[in-house]
Design a protein around this ligand. Structure first.
Ligand SMILES: Nc1nc2c(c(=O)[nH]1)N[C@H]1C(S)=C(S)[C@@H](COP(=O)(O)OP(=O)(O)OC[C@H]3O[C@@H](n4cnc5c(=O)[nH]c(N)nc54)[C@H](O)[C@@H]3O)O[C@H]1N2
Ligand SMILES: Nc1nc2c(c(=O)[nH]1)N[C@H]1C(S)=C(S)[C@@H](COP(=O)(O)OP(=O)(O)OC[C@H]3O[C@@H](n4cnc5c(=O)[nH]c(N)nc54)[C@H](O)[C@@H]3O)O[C@H]1N2
Ligand SMILES: [Mo]
Length: 562
């Protein structure tokens, strides 16, 4: 969400701007708050090809992750200081005279103000705030600005902060200064989380957008959809996830229908979230497994699995729409989700929906979503995937976005520089809660573990609270010790894993094993007000040794591994 809001604020559209093939051919690649080696291994293979092809590469991450180990340079910044680092890089680009003045003049607004705004962010000041040596900041600034083509890729290290949207905008500033956007080879790449999260947005599964990212609150657009769908559409934006939980607290939201989400494990400050779900009058869960959330539901609707048991499409991080084909039939009582939803519509009194196939649904989408207009089902089959926007059948699709920014004189809107303030995480470190906890992903497990904890795996590493050597010594704890981990929201028992490379004051764990360690009981309840995204990446915690604890559930765990 912060990537969509941030990119839309700057460029008018919320999608990643580049193609994978551009990553392979870029001269500079920055992995900023992304551990793609673990979390996007398919995408990362394009990064490795880029590095093999001679790209210079940097990783910006508090931890020397496996991604960092593949890139040339690791910038180990303090958690939540990305805006400061981006401003420092920007100031260095400006003061070294490495800006693309023609692009700035033709395509942007607010440059003079931005120059004055970042003036205090000297290399020395930035180094002090971020913990990154001045020479490394200078190297990143010069390497990025002078490369003929350059890509900045990011994910949750940037977005899961209370400044998520501002973080994204601070990275966009760097592309605007150097003209590294809107042309082949350069761009801004937010990697999408789940395989079809981009496609969910494309179809209008957002509280403020209809299909094709068209605004719900735009009267003309709503009228178009109302005519096509023969129904009335509420004229105001709906609630995002965070706002839904707030509405539950006010007793304004009494019934939910949850499809493919396990919020009883995945929400930040999850004790509160569970209490809110308990308050509901009606809860329906449609899932492929009996999750913790499903166990709380009044009705569970067993669904066919999207990527293996259903026909349809998926859109990936480069905006490429591809066909998905059912490989196996769904087991037991599980049913196609199209069928479940159509039957519900009929039970609610509207039986005009019929029983459309995935192809019929797609062809209907094309009539209301201009960016998909040229992608016939036939073309998707024949061409093996097309990148939106693709407005007409003779349009080849769009490998990169915002090319019009380079047109002179500029047509339409310009991209604004953002003067965003550097603000530390809201869950502040104190004597009582002196350690910074970040929750991340392991290569071998997925999110709340629903889909990855049911089979035994020779590579799965299990769950631990990873701490630095110095902090372990300070606390008098050793590898494998049981501890009580507390934050301002709650306390859970965990097992210690000592990480010899971790910086002092930092702690890491995953959220893949809620049965073993209910981590979201202690994550921060801070939220980015501009996007509704929780600050999963920065909780303040304390660790207390448990001297007498039941260790019977320890067998599986060794350490998460970066
Ligand atoms: N501590 C901490 N918490 C986090 C994060 C973090 O970094 N740290 N990250 C956050 C992020 S980025 C995310 S995206 C969320 C993820 O949070 P969730 O989406 O709640 O977590 P998942 O485990 O991916 O649950 C997805 C559910 O979809 C079901 N499913 C899979 N395929 C299908 C299908 O085709 N149809 C249907 N109906 N169901 C299906 C699965 O069985 C599973 O129950 O977690 C968030 N929570
Ligand atoms: N194997 C596997 N793959 C997955 C998933 C999974 O659960 N398992 N989940 C999928 C989903 S839903 C998503 S959203 C993506 C997420 O993909 P990623 O965002 O790459 O995953 P994370 O490991 O949560 O976080 C990335 C990095 O952010 C860093 N970080 C923490 N705080 C900061 C900070 O303040 N600044 C900076 N610069 N970095 C920081 C962490 O050290 C970590 O290395 O992965 C997707 N892919
Ligand atoms: Mo995600």
């Amino acid at each position: 969400a912060p990537s969509v809001v941030g990119l839309a604020t700057v460029f008018g559209a919320g999608g990643g701007t580049s193609s994978y093939v551009e990553i392979q051919n870029a001269d500079a690649i920055i992995m900023w708050g992304s551990n793609a080696r673990n979390a996007h291994p398919i995408f990362f293979h394009h990064v490795i090809k880029g590095i093999d092809n001679g790209a210079r590469s940097w990783t910006v991450d508090p931890r020397r992750t496996s991604t960092a180990k593949f890139t040339d340079t690791w910038l180990g910044l303090n958690v939540g200081t990305d805006i400061g680092l981006a401003h420092g890089v920007a100031r260095e680009i400006i003061s070294a005279g490495l800006t693309d003045d023609e692009f700035i003049r033709n395509a942007t607004t607010g440059y003079e103000e931005f120059v004055a705004f970042v003036e205090p962010w000297t290399l020395e000041h930035t180094a002090e705030v971020t913990g990154v040596p001045a020479e490394a900041i200078r190297d990143l600034a010069h390497g990025y600005a002078t490369a003929p083509t350059a890509q900045i890729c990011w994910t949750l290290g940037i977005t899961e902060h209370h400044t998520g949207v501002d973080n994204v905008q601070s990275l966009c500033n760097l592309a605007l200064l150097t003209g590294h956007v809107g042309r082949w080879g350069s761009g801004l790449v937010p990697l999408r989380g789940q395989n079809n999260v981009q496609g969910g947005g494309d179809m209008g599964a957002l509280p403020n957008k209809l299909s094709g990212f068209q605004d719900v609150e735009d009267d003309e657009i709503r009228a178009k959809f109302e005519a096509a769908w023969d129904c009335e559409i509420p004229p105001t934006n709906g609630w995002n996830l965070t706002q839904m939980f707030e509405a539950m607290e006010r007793d304004e939201l009494k019934a939910v229908y949850i499809i493919g989400e396990n919020p009883a494990d995945s929400e930040a400050d999850v004790k509160h979230a569970r209490a809110m779900l308990e308050r509901l009058d009606v809860m329906v869960v449609q899932d492929v497994f009996m999750t913790r959330t499903a166990q709380m539901a009044d009705v569970v609707l067993p669904a066919a699995l999207g990527w293996a048991e259903s026909d349809g499409t998926a859109t990936n991080s480069e905006r490429r729409v591809q066909r998905m084909r059912a490989a196996v039939p769904p087991p037991g009582q599980a049913r196609q989700e199209i069928g479940i939803i159509n039957d519900l519509a009929a039970l609610m009194g509207d039986d005009a929906w019929g029983n459309p196939t995935a192809e019929e649904l797609w062809e209907e989408l094309r009539t209301v979503s201009p960016m998909h207009g040229g992608m016939s089902w036939e073309r998707l089959e024949a061409e093996g995937g097309i990148q939106w926007p693709c407005p007409t059948e003779d349009h080849p699709g769009s490998p990169f976005l915002h090319g019009r920014l380079w047109e002179r004189p500029v047509q339409g809107r310009r991209a604004p520089f953002a003067c965003v303030e550097d603000r530390p995480p809201l869950d502040v470190l104190t004597k009582e809660f002196p350690l910074r906890l970040t929750t991340v992903r392991a290569l071998d497990s997925y999110n709340t573990g629903v889909q990855t904890s049911r089979y035994s795996s020779p590579i799965r590493t299990g769950e631990a609270l990873e701490v630095s050597v110095a902090d372990a010594a300070d606390l008098g704890i050793a590898d494998g010790d049981r501890v009580l981990v507390s934050s301002r929201r709650g306390a859970i028992k965990m097992t210690i894993g000592i990480d010899h490379e971790l910086a002092v004051g930092l702690c890491y764990t995953t959220f893949h094993f809620p049965e073993l360690a209910d981590v979201n009981q202690i994550t921060s309840d801070a939220v980015d007000p501009k996007s509704g995204t929780a600050e999963f990446k920065a909780a303040a915690i304390r660790i207390d040794r448990l001297d007498h604890d039941d260790r019977s559930d320890l067998d599986e765990r060794v350490g998460v591994g970066a």
